[in-house]
Design a protein around this ligand. Sequence first.
Ligand SMILES: [Zn+2]
Length: 119
Amino acid sequence: MDLDRARELLTAELAELEERARFAESSRVEASADTLGQEGALGQHPGDYGTEVNTTMEAELSVDTIGGQRRRVIEAIDRLDAGSYGRCAVCGRDIDDERLEARLEVATCREHADTPVVT
Ligand SMILES: [Zn+2]
């Protein structure tokens, strides 16, 4: 894995994630506002309320998902800065290129893919 290229791709991904986080954040606010606005409304169809709640939950979920991914990308950039990028955070062995290419932000080798990494 070429480190300059990894940095370029990770930086681009971070910018995209921040854009998506802003979008998800704003749709969450809108979804909550809609739900509050309809509370106690006369003649409201019971089905409408459920739809609004689902929209809010989906927005919450994507904010969390994007936040987690954003944190992993930032950590990967930190590892590039520290010179430890591409090495497994558990055993210190090189992570194979195929795995890194697929997920630039991975911190562990295949063997330790399921090991939680405390940073
Ligand atoms: Zn490992």
